[in-house]
Ligand binder design. Structure first.
Ligand SMILES: NC(=O)c1ccc[n+]([C@@H]2O[C@H](COP(=O)([O-])OP(=O)(O)OC[C@H]3O[C@@H](n4cnc5c(N)ncnc54)[C@H](OP(=O)(O)O)[C@@H]3O)[C@@H](O)[C@H]2O)c1
Length: 286
């Protein structure tokens, strides 16, 4: 039975990036649709559910993507509601690479630091990638400081994470002034910068002042770096005693996780690959 991946993209043009990864992951047939939303997705999902017999439904799967992560989340919620009983296919959600990127970043940190009980700081932790990285760090047992220019936004993010990870140790922090940022950095072993492209969030001086810092991960690929001194290609490169990862350095693992998750979709017809499931797949890659 041929594997079919149905790519549902919330943007008007389905992502070529996601299409290339699907081909490289070995799907036999790729059906791509753009402009998909919670209001028009039902017939597309019915087409996936009602064509093949139940034992063969694992050979059909859905990938949800697009640049707007909130739209992807809404789409996933809707798609799950359309399924019933055994009439379902596996689904992966990775709008704007948010889940695979966060998973790759936390796995990079985990290689060098025992996350349980560690103090971690996620700069710009309110965005799609930052929120997911904070969630995964918290799930690993780290004490996570979620930083934002607005402490209210940071608090909202922490509340959303606690709902997904009961008992998560999270502290919302404001990072607007240098004094606030320096306080947020105190005692931190892992820092992940998940800010918008081309925004420096941590200066070289501030990094130097972080005496407990072991791993610095910057997910922004557009100059200037999110963490000054971290190079975009860095992959466990030691700089002044700190192991550094840049966006491309993390990107290799992200690609491996993306392909492995696509392959996993075709092992059952009832998988929902969102943040934690995608992280678990990354963990299995070693
Ligand atoms: N390496 C990869 O494979 C890969 C894949 C996907 C994404 N990325 C990168 O990962 C990063 C995070 O992605 P995302 O989609 O979560 O980012 P995003 O939504 O564009 O921005 C994340 C956060 O950055 C903060 N921010 C925005 N503009 C700012 C400014 N001018 N100054 C300071 N902070 C600002 C905001 O937080 P507050 O308003 O709360 O402060 C926002 O919530 C991006 O740099 C993206 O390019 C990398």
């Amino acid at each position: 039975m041929k594997t079919i991946l149905i790519q549902l993209d919330t943007d008007s043009l389905p992502s070529t990036f996601d299409r290339v990864v699907a081909v490289d992951a070995g799907v036999d047939e790729l059906f791509s649709y753009g402009g998909v939303n919670a209001g028009n997705v039902e017939t597309l999902v019915h087409g996936a559910m009602f064509t093949r017999g139940v034992p063969d439904l694992k050979s059909t799967a859905i990938f949800l993507g697009g640049s707007q992560v909130a739209d992807g989340e809404a789409l996933l919620k809707r798609v799950k509601k359309i399924f019933f009983g055994p009439m379902r296919v596996s689904v992966m959600m990775d709008s704007n690479g948010s889940n695979t990127t966060a998973a790759a970043a936390v796995l990079a940190a985990r290689k060098h630091v025992t996350l349980k009980g560690a103090d971690a700081l996620v700069l710009a932790g309110t965005g799609p990638v930052g929120q997911r990285a904070s969630q995964l760090l918290a799930k690993e047992g780290a004490r996570v400081r979620v930083a934002s220019r607005s402490v209210d936004r940071a608090r909202q993010t922490c509340d959303a994470i606690v709902a997904a990870v009961p008992g998560a140790e999270l502290t919302p922090v404001q990072s607007t002034s240098s004094a606030e940022l320096e306080k947020a950095c105190e005692g931190v072993a892992v820092v992940i910068a998940a800010g918008a492209a081309g925004v420096e969030l941590l200066s070289a001086e501030q990094v130097k002042g972080m005496s407990a810092l072991k791993v610095a991960i910057d997910l922004n690929a557009v100059p200037p770096a999110g963490i000054a001194g971290v190079e975009v290609m860095d992959k466990a490169v030691e700089r002044n005693g700190v192991l550094c990862y840049g966006a491309i350095g993390v990107g290799g693992t992200k690609m491996k996780i993306h392909k492995a998750a696509l392959k996993k979709l075709f092992t059952a017809n009832d998988l929902v690959l969102d943040t934690e499931a995608i992280y678990a797949i990354g963990s299995e890659l070693g």
